[in-house]
Design a binder for this molecule. Structure first.
Ligand code: ZN
Length: 275
């Protein structure tokens, strides 16, 4: 669920901008300190434009109970996320893919294909919490900051190759490309898994705060893992930590989440099967 493809020109422009503003911020719930090279307003703008271009390529389900549940859960979760400055929007996309995402600024997409895995409102609340967590923890901005640092390093390397070696241009391009790939796999992917664990922690706390039973978080991942056994790996799982690691993270946060849930518990059933 990586929302952005960056073209080099945009990258260079962002790099120049980012040299002006380097902010140290704190991730909600986990309290981890992070450095963001990119101003949040710019990320929200990127999120907004990415949202409308993604939605324009899909059919949306605007009516019916499924969409009503999505709107209800989205509003409850975004309320506890305490970012009233975000432009929260929730779209149900008609697509069999098992996926959901939230772009910077609170632009959320759920695919109809994920609904059977969520099973009920509480299941949706966990995945909603996880996605909203990616946005409030500014993971997109952090990943993009990292891409830009990589890009900066690559430009520097190319300059060295250009000046002091007798390699042919094609060879240089090959070297830079191979290093780029290594960087992608070696640096960015593990970092992204850390983001996924962090989004799980935030998700379980947000769902509990919004009044949904947090123990349902693990049940969602169990159902997701069952789907993984089939021939098609859900898109949702492709960048995510393994199942056992995931459950360990949730277990760690569950006692605190239970306390929040007891304080905010909804007076209606949220685990009745819907899908
Ligand atoms: Zn995620």
């Amino acid at each position: 669920m990586s929302p952005f493809r960056l073209n080099p020109r945009t990258g260079a422009l962002l790099l120049a901008l980012s040299a002006l503003v380097i902010a140290c911020t704190k991730v909600p719930i986990t309290g981890r300190k992070q450095y963001n090279l990119i101003p949040e307003k710019l990320m929200i703008g990127l999120g907004k434009s990415q949202y409308s271009s993604t939605l324009s390529k899909h059919k949306l389900q605007r009516k019916g109970e499924d969409n009503q549940v999505l709107q209800r859960v989205g509003k409850r979760i975004s309320k506890v996320a305490k970012r009233s400055d975000y432009d929260w929007q929730y779209s149900l996309i008609k697509d069999d893919t098992i996926n959901a995402w939230c772009l910077p600024g609170g632009y959320i997409g759920f695919y109809t294909g994920i609904l059977p895995t969520l099973k009920h409102e509480a299941g949706m609340a966990f995945v909603m919490g996880h996605e909203v967590g990616h946005a409030t923890a500014r993971h997109g901005s952090e990943r993009l900051s990292q891409h830009l640092s990589v890009l900066g390093g690559m430009v520097g390397l190319y300059a060295i190759l250009e000046g002091k070696t007798k390699l042919k241009t094609e060879q240089k391009v090959l070297i830079v490309g191979a290093l780029g790939l290594a960087t992608e796999v070696g640096v960015i992917l593990p970092f992204s898994r850390m983001h996924e664990s962090e989004a799980d922690a935030i998700g379980v706390m947000y769902m509990a705060e919004a009044g949904y039973p947090p123990k349902e978080a693990k049940a969602v991942w169990d159902r997701m893992a069952q789907n993984t056994g089939k021939s098609v790996i859900p898109v949702f799982l492709s960048t995510h930590p393994n199942h056992e690691q995931r459950k360990k993270t949730i277990d760690k946060w569950l006692p605190q989440a239970q306390k929040r849930y007891q304080r905010n518990k909804l007076d209606r059933e949220t685990t009745n099967g819907l899908w």
